[in-house]
Design a protein around this ligand. Structure first.
Ligand code: ADP
Ligand code: MG
Ligand code: ZN
Length: 582
């Protein structure tokens, strides 16, 4: 049943997995200065650029804003021929091309090729490529699938391939695009010997191994930067009653006058309604979602960037490629569908290294909504989705340092006990000794041959005789029910903390089966103190939420409530012409 593991630990940030002395003869510092006007490389740019210039497949994993683009832009300028850069969003391509052109006297230095161009524009691009004037060509993955384009690319000199936002290749990432899966095939048709540089801000080990596998990177040099965003403050609040939540948001934004922020919501209607409510409370806000026409989206995005409005209330359609360094807060009105999404979305705050507050409002109703949204997806996608949601819930409900959980999720070790920049660290809960219970968990995992997931282990610990337990006759195991003094909540919390401390690990490719780590063997032989924090906050939130939302239409009731509030506001507005703030 168990497949090979994928949870291998990443090298600590700042360590190259492989260091090569470079063979090429380019002066990249001079190039950095002459082509881009920068004096110094950022992070691991220099090593990565050497790697690519030496002809190695190269994999760059850096958080957003880390300066990934330069890792292909500079080599593209220095090498003979044109680099092909695959990028997922047509809207971003123009932006990127404009940026590169801004560094050069030669307009033809960068072009893009995608479905938005007409025939004569395509001809210009091709002519410039054939004449060798173009160093960077941005393409959509679809562009590469067209035979006529492949034939054309075979006729010109290509320096290398760059795959930006490479996580799009993995369904475990936060933005899966099936077309990315065909890239290796296309690159092989054009020229299988060219080096490939893949770039992503996604740090989960699973996504990384997917990228290497699917792009067929050959013994790549991998450069990873730390994903910790030390200036971001993380807080999670229970979403108790809806009007309270909205009041709390209004209060928070009012206290942050003049500071730009994003509110993320799950559905389109909610963006409009929340924006209306904010405006009614003298907070300038606009809604943004994929259902708006392109012009309106562009003008609203612009209004936000230029600070004509303070807040943009958006679905996840907003944000990729947005470069506003001074976003001061990101509020999640609904729980995001993965930790990865949460990290990317909150990551848009405080790009300039200054204050960035990230607040998430959590209710279990939102989880039901997320699950509801997946109902029509194929089974495999639903399974992946369900696991990602479970991880998110573990993050939301934890009493452990949020940063520690995030970093652990991204495969980074995090030893700092108190980060001082998250709700759990600022209000630490009392810790209880759970040495004996941790041993009990290990005994159960062992008795089950490391072949079952958390929920199942908890059933065995608490002695719950489910149909599956009966089927496997696990009620006859000596360990069955050894933990019945504690409830499932306790065991879940303990196991999650054992995962965080690397005493256990979860095999995500194998249905989240719990496995021993080397630490587990040691712990069993010689148990040491293991203190954990328990959190019951969200149980209350769940109970309250259920009370206030009786008889609602399941997955959509919360929004209907919001709609009612809005109708109320509008009626008042009609009566008084001006609205009282909350
Ligand atoms: P990413 O793709 O990793 O999110 P970008 O490539 O968009 O990041 O770069 C983020 C910003 O950093 C850009 O404004 C870019 O001009 C700047 N930048 C990149 N490298 C350097 C450098 N060596 N020195 C100064 N600024 C840099
Ligand atoms: Mg980028
Ligand atoms: Zn913390």
């Amino acid at each position: 049943m168990a497949k090979s593991t994928t949870t291998s630990k990443k090298k600590a940030p700042g360590t190259a997995i492989k260091i090569n002395k470079h063979k090429h003869t380019h002066d990249i510092s001079a190039g950095l200065q002459s082509s881009f006007g920068f004096d110094q490389f950022k992070g691991r740019q220099e090593e990565a650029i050497h790697s690519l210039l030496d002809g190695h497949d190269t994999f760059i994993i850096m958080p957003t804003g880390g300066g990934k683009s330069l890792c292909y832009q500079l080599p593209a300028m220095m090498l003979e021929g044109s680099a092909i850069i695959v990028s997922p969003l047509i809207a971003l391509m123009k932006n990127q091309v404009d940026l590169v052109r801004g560094y050069s006297e030669n307009e033809n230095v960068a072009h893009f090729l995608n479905s938005s161009l007409n025939k004569s524009q395509i001809k210009t691009v091709r002519d410039d490529l054939t004449a060798g004037k173009t160093k960077l060509l941005y393409v959509a993955p679809e562009t590469l699938t067209k035979q006529e384009n492949i034939d054309f690319f075979k006729s010109i000199k290509i320096s290398f391939f760059a795959v930006d936002e490479a996580h799009c290749i993995s369904e475990w990432g936060h933005d899966f695009r099936p077309e990315y899966r065909r890239l290796r095939e296309m690159m092989d048709m054009i020229n299988p010997d060219l080096p490939v540089i893949a770039l992503t801000a996604t740090a989960t080990p699973k996504v990384q191994s997917d990228i290497i596998k699917n792009l067929g990177l050959k013994d790549p040099n991998i450069y990873i930067s730390s994903f910790n965003r030390k200036n971001l403050y993380y807080e999670i609040q229970p979403k108790v009653k809806l009007d309270q939540t909205i009041k709390s948001i209004v209060r928070f934004i009012s206290q942050n006058k003049g500071k730009s922020g994003i509110i993320y919501t799950l559905n389109r209607k909610t963006t409009e309604e929340l924006a209306d409510i904010l405006n009614a409370n003298n907070i300038k806000a606009v809604a943004y979602h994929a259902g708006l026409d392109a012009k309106l989206r562009a003008s609203r995005q612009d209004a936000f960037l230029k600070e004509d409005v303070q807040v943009i209330v958006a679905t996840i359609a907003f944000g990729m490629g947005i470069d506003k360094p001074d976003i001061r807060f990101v509020i999640h009105y609904n729980v995001p569908k993965s930790i990865e999404n949460y990290y990317q979305e909150t990551g848009r705050a405080g790009r300039d290294g200054l204050e960035g507050k990230c607040i998430l409002y959590y209710s279990h109703k939102d989880v039901a909504k997320l699950e509801h949204l997946m109902r029509d997806k194929p089974l495999s996608e639903r399974e992946v989705g369900a696991q990602l949601i479970n991880e998110t819930l573990a993050f939301v409900e934890t009493s452990v340092c949020r940063r520690k959980v995030l970093m652990h999720y991204f495969g980074e070790e995090w030893h700092d006990e108190n980060c001082g920049q998250c709700d759990n660290c600022l209000n630490p809960k009392e810790k209880i000794e759970a040495k004996i219970e941790a041993v009990q968990v290990l005994k159960v995992v062992q008795a089950l041959d490391e072949r079952f997931n958390i929920d199942y282990c908890v059933n065995v610990l608490t002695g719950r005789q489910t149909p599956t337990v009966t089927m496997y006759r696990h009620e006859q195991l000596p360990v069955f029910g050894i933990g019945k003094e504690q409830d499932a909540h306790f065991w879940n919390s303990l196991i999650r903390q054992m995962l965080l401390e690397d005493i256990l690990r979860k095999d995500i490719e194998d249905y989240g089966v719990l496995k021993f780590t080397p630490k587990a063997e040691k712990f069993l032989k010689k148990p040491v103190s293991f203190k954990i924090v328990l959190n019951n906050n969200y149980d209350d939130a769940i109970a309250d939420d259920e009370e206030t939302d009786t008889g609602g239409g399941g997955a959509h009731s919360t929004d209907e409530h919001l709609f009612e509030m809005l109708k109320d506001l509008r009626q008042k507005e009609a009566k008084k012409k001006s609205l009282p703030p909350f």
